[in-house]
Design a protein around this ligand. Structure first.
Ligand SMILES: Nc1ncnc2c1ncn2[C@@H]1O[C@H](COP(=O)(O)OP(=O)(O)OP(=O)(O)O)[C@@H](O)[C@H]1O
Ligand SMILES: [Mg+2]
Length: 562
């Protein structure tokens, strides 16, 4: 009775399958650049050249000097699931190449006019032409070892997709970004990118990441970056992190690499930013380049169509270690801003190894008092800055910022510990406050007590202050409390996430020695010693430096002594 109908379920033709795969892998010219450059690097390129025309819409060409392919391999490489990089699923664990799926070339070739020219050096080379996924011609080609892939008329046969391409300038920018990210993974490989014959990237092979950063973005940015190098258990975090005082609200660079491959991971960047706690101004975003290295079985890199995400077995551990790594990079005195030739690209930043401090500054050390030690002189200028000599130059401390940092760290300890030693006032102070300020006092009573202010409602708008902290001899308890409460009521430091930290920063700011106060030698010495033994001595709590150095090298350069 019933006539057998043809099965409705059918296997797609390979070409159709390739086009569908292309939808995931090839979104725009930048994705083609990414896939082809990755292939070049995987094959061992020392030099990678990228050419674009019309933002890559007309032409994308990637050439390398790598191993190349013989004819058989080249033909195979254009088939779906053809890869030389893994053999079995088990090889995915710890895969060290960028590619491993064997789908990029067929996917790109299915949506373009595609040409692959390659030679493995021994026999002659091969030129393959593919149109819409079908091999159209196979010819001999004379060329040096290596591979050149030319992709013309991207999406010519998928007009819906072509319509989504943006203006040439936008596509060019995205393609430059794709090449830049990969250039960061391999400073040892030379990269160039030209767009309509304009050179947009020109990176010679470099020994260090910082040299590559300089070639990509210039010395101005490179000079603001500190080295990150930290290991915890199986995880190693390295790279570069910007000095807090040099971070800006816009235009930051933020890159994460996991086992050498670029990964988009906002959580890791956020963890890194947490490491900047109490050192950057709210809203400033430091530039970060972080390379995470961990065993292959601790991370899965095969969770995203373009491999832009990774899944960690223990994400919280990774985030915690990243935060520690950044914190550690900011901690040494070397994290202080050097003054001088940064902009010229010669002095300060480039060879800056940071401030070294003469031990003699300390009246005593762990071994006990050293009564005879000649302490280096300290000089206060403009009643605001303290100058002293170090082994590497002249250090300049801002007395207010420095004291703020010292107090902030003290207060954070006190808030989580026993509280601060407070002094009972001989004559309790009576102070008047506005209604909103009285609310702020109420809301912060416990924290105020912990830093040393015991405050009690008196009558109407007045409160009585029984005890006060004593952070320095010139401290004015009443004025400090008034300013502190006004800040708390007025929402100053609103950018601070954490209530304790916000309170501590506000208190530190108001309790610290001010600019314009004359200090005697003993006070200066105590401040400097306490600053140099702080956890993050080089940064105040507002994203400004508390300490800078004029390097000796810089002085010598200026006076023509080198
Ligand atoms: N520039 C090149 N030099 C030498 N061999 C190459 C080059 N590009 C591709 N190949 C070879 O062609 C194969 C297929 O490349 P394709 O990019 O399609 O897949 P893959 O890199 O293995 O995996 P993925 O799809 O994840 O990128 C590679 O495995 C490699 O053997
Ligand atoms: Mg590939």
């Amino acid at each position: 009775m019933s006539v057998a109908s043809p099965p409705r379920v059918q296997i797609l033709a390979a070409q159709v399958a390739d086009q569908i795969a292309a939808g995931e892998v090839v979104e725009r010219p930048a994705s083609v650049v990414k896939e082809l450059v990755e292939n070049a690097l995987d094959a061992g390129a020392r030099v990678v050249r990228v050419e674009l025309e019309d933002g890559g819409k007309t032409l994308i060409r990637v050439s390398d000097d790598a191993a190349g392919m013989d004819r058989e391999d080249a033909t195979l490489a254009l088939q779906r699931h053809a890869t030389s990089k893994i053999r079995a699923a088990a090889d995915l664990i710890g895969v060290a190449t960028f590619g491993f799926r064997g789908e990029a070339l067929p996917a790109i070739a299915s949506v373009s006019r595609f040409e692959l020219e390659t030679s493995s050096g021994d026999a002659g080379g091969t030129r393959l032409r593919v149109v819409g996924g079908k091999i159209d011609a196979t010819e001999d080609a004379v060329r040096q070892r290596g591979t050149t892939v030319t992709v013309r008329a991207l999406f010519y046969n998928t007009p819906a997709r072509r319509k989504f391409l943006r203006a040439a300038a936008t596509e060019t920018r995205a393609a430059v970004e794709a090449a830049t990210v990969l250039a960061l993974t391999r400073p040892d490989v030379a990269f160039t990118l030209t767009s309509d014959s304009r050179v947009l990237l020109d990176c010679p092979p470099a020994a260090r990441l910082i040299d590559r950063v300089r070639a990509l973005w210039g010395v101005q940015l490179a000079d603001t970056l500190l080295a990150v190098s930290h290991r915890a258990g199986p995880l190693e975090v390295s790279g570069l992190a910007q000095r807090p005082a040099q971070a800006r609200p816009a235009g930051r660079k933020g890159y994460v690499f996991v086992r050498g491959r670029p990964i988009r991971d906002p959580f890791i960047l956020r963890a890194a930013e947490a490491g900047y706690r109490s050192t950057v101004a709210p809203g400033d975003r430091p530039s970060l380049l972080l390379f995470l290295d961990l065993p292959g079985d601790a991370v899965d890199v095969n969770v995203h169509p373009a491999k832009l995400e990774a899944r960690f077995r223990d994400k919280f551990f990774v985030e915690k270690v990243v935060e520690e790594a950044v914190r550690e990079a900011l901690a040494p005195l070397a994290a202080a801003v050097p003054l001088g030739a940064g902009a010229s690209g010669l002095g300060a930043g480039a060879g800056w190894s940071g401030i070294s401090v003469p031990l003699d500054l300390f009246p005593s050390n762990a071994l006990g008092p050293r009564p005879q030690a000649p302490a280096p002189p300290l000089l206060q200028v403009f009643d605001t800055y303290i100058l002293f000599q170090t082994e590497s130059g002249v250090a300049i401390v801002d007395q207010h910022s420095a004291h703020e940092r010292v107090l902030y760290e003290d207060v954070m300890r006190q808030l989580s510990g026993d509280g601060a030693p407070a002094q009972r006032l001989l004559l309790p102070l009576t102070l008047d406050f506005a209604p909103a300020e009285l609310d702020a006092i109420d809301a912060h009573r416990e924290l105020l007590a912990r830093v040393g202010f015991e405050v009690e409602p008196f009558s109407g708008r007045s409160v009585v202050v029984h005890t006060a902290p004593n952070p320095h001899p010139r401290f004015e308890a009443g004025r400090c409390l008034q300013e502190l409460v006004a800040d708390l009521a007025g929402g100053r430091f609103g950018g601070w996430q954490n209530r304790l930290e916000r309170f501590a920063a506000t208190y530190a700011c108001r309790a610290a020695i001010k600019a314009g106060q004359t200090l005697d030698t003993g006070e200066m010495r105590e401040l400097v010693v306490r600053l140099l033994t702080a956890t993050l001595p080089a940064h105040d709590v507002h994203g400004r430096p508390s300490l800078v150095q004029l390097p000796k090298d810089e002085l010598e350069r200026r006076f023509g002594r080198t």
